[in-house]
Design a protein around this ligand. Sequence first.
Ligand code: NI
Length: 190
Amino acid sequence: MAILKIARMGHPVLGRPADPVEDPTAPELRRLVEDMIETMEDAGGTGLAAPQVHVPLRVVVFFIDAARARREAASPDSPNSEGAAGVPLTVLVNPEVEPLGDERALGWEACLSVPGLVGEVPRHTAVRYRGTGLEGEAIEREATGFHARVVQHECDHLDGVVYPQRMADLSRLMFTSEMKHLAEDETQEE
Ligand code: NI
């Protein structure tokens, strides 16, 4: 296991579509995923996509602990409290995300590839996602609120999209340390 170097916005690997994984059960993919999980945990991230560690493959990992899920479910941009139980550590190979309905909501996002900044990003409030796990098993889930947001953020990395590119209002892109100037009722704790 190893902690990998994280690519930052502007590096070409973050700006192009990643390649499909041919064999989700390959031992070298398992090693990559173990390193991605260790890197994500070391950096305190909620999710990580392979291009963020300079590997242009369609693989993401994410984990939402119960406390974070409860906090996000209580925030104004979460339309409901589903997903408030948290999401177990999930590895998705070759994921696909399908919006469920037209509803979108704004919410604050951060990214390990955009250190020090946060931005308010519109996302679909409900999605269905599919992918393959490391045992070759099919994974299909429906997600709402923060869970749906995390999946959309991570899968965007596989298409060469970093969250500021999704923002409608760039005045809502700011340094994390300046969030204190926002009204308290507009933000939640990161
Ligand atoms: Ni990111």
